[in-house]
Design a protein around this ligand. Structure first.
Ligand SMILES: [Zn+2]
Length: 309
């Protein structure tokens, strides 16, 4: 099996060498530690949380120890991006990129509240500037380029900042010959930013084309609960390898919208990772606590393939 995977990587990548990115940004890690503290303080408010799926009340301390997995039926509840980063790479190796890129309310959008206010509230609540964190870090001693979306920031919606940060991360990974991992959690494109949000789908897809097809570099996408709309319809489903989290909800249009449009009931497990896997949409389903190990196993043969120009 390992040999065939190595062959696959060899076929996929016929050039270049893993030069590894220089850690010139290392000085910025102190900044991120500061942010990390803020995020964990925000996340630790309250002693109890309710499971979205079974409705059970869960003791936050145990829930955290259990990596936000509800023990009742193994539902994987949304995690914040910092917890995910800690779970996915070697400790203390995270170097964030574009931390100060913030959105402008170019459309002066307002419904019950202004977009500007919503952004400020989300920034205060999460300690993040927008719904994604991008950067580089080590996994089992190998440098990779992860991007992690945060559902707690305006439902993980993809606006111009999310799109731009992911685009820059992909361009950086392509330039430095790094494998890319994008962990998705999103309600889709950010409606408050209109066409600017939709534009991000095409922008990200085109830089991914350069990364994957032209430069033959690896991209793994990890859809988690929930991954929907414009994220599913662009980078969420473009991974060379797509690894969903157990019981993740992966959809383009939501179940209710489909039922209302078709005027018929759709099955309960519709759009669950398990049924998408059965129908061939995903390569694998992995429980949260095993993800890091699975990624390491994939990267091991990938990094062991020698470079031939
Ligand atoms: Zn539950």
């Amino acid at each position: 099996m390992v040999t065939s995977v190595i062959n696959w990587f060899e076929d996929k990548r016929k050039f270049g060498g893993f030069i590894g990115a220089l850690l010139e940004e290392a000085t910025r890690s102190s900044l991120s530690n500061e942010r990390e503290k803020r995020v964990s303080v925000n996340a630790s408010k309250g002693l109890w949380a309710r499971c979205d799926n079974c409705g059970n009340m869960l003791y936050v301390k145990f829930l955290k120890q259990n990596r936000s997995v509800c023990e009742e039926r193994g539902y994987h509840l949304p995690m914040n991006s910092m917890e995910r980063i800690e779970l996915s790479i070697d400790p203390n190796t995270w170097i964030p990129m574009d931390e100060d890129t913030t959105a402008r309310d170019v459309l002066s959008f307002s419904d019950e509240d202004s977009h500007e206010n919503r952004l400020l509230l989300s920034q205060e609540k999460t300690g993040l500037v927008d719904a994604v964190q991008t950067g580089i870090g080590y996994l089992n001693g190998k440098l990779i380029a992860p991007g992690v979306m945060d559902f707690h920031f305006m439902g993980g919606s993809m606006g111009s900042v999310v799109g731009e940060k992911i685009t820059r991360l992909i361009e950086y990974a392509t330039q430095k010959v790094l494998p890319l991992v994008l962990i998705c959690a999103s309600g889709g494109a950010r409606m408050q930013e209109g066409t600017f949000s939709l534009m991000q789908m095409a922008k990200i897809s085109s830089v991914l084309q350069l990364h994957q097809v032209r430069k033959k570099l690896l991209y793994i996408s990890v859809p988690t609960y929930p991954t929907t709309g414009g994220v599913t319809a662009s980078f969420g489903m473009l991974g060379d390898i797509i690894i969903a989290e157990s019981k993740a909800y992966i959809a383009f249009a939501g179940k209710r919208v489909i039922e209302q449009t078709l005027r018929q009931k759709i099955p309960d497990d519709f759009q669950a990772a398990e049924s998408s896997f059965t129908n061939g949409l995903l390569d694998s389903i992995v429980p949260r606590n095993l993800l890091k190990g699975v990624l390491s196993e994939i990267f091991e043969p990938y990094f062991s393939v020698p470079y031939n120009k």
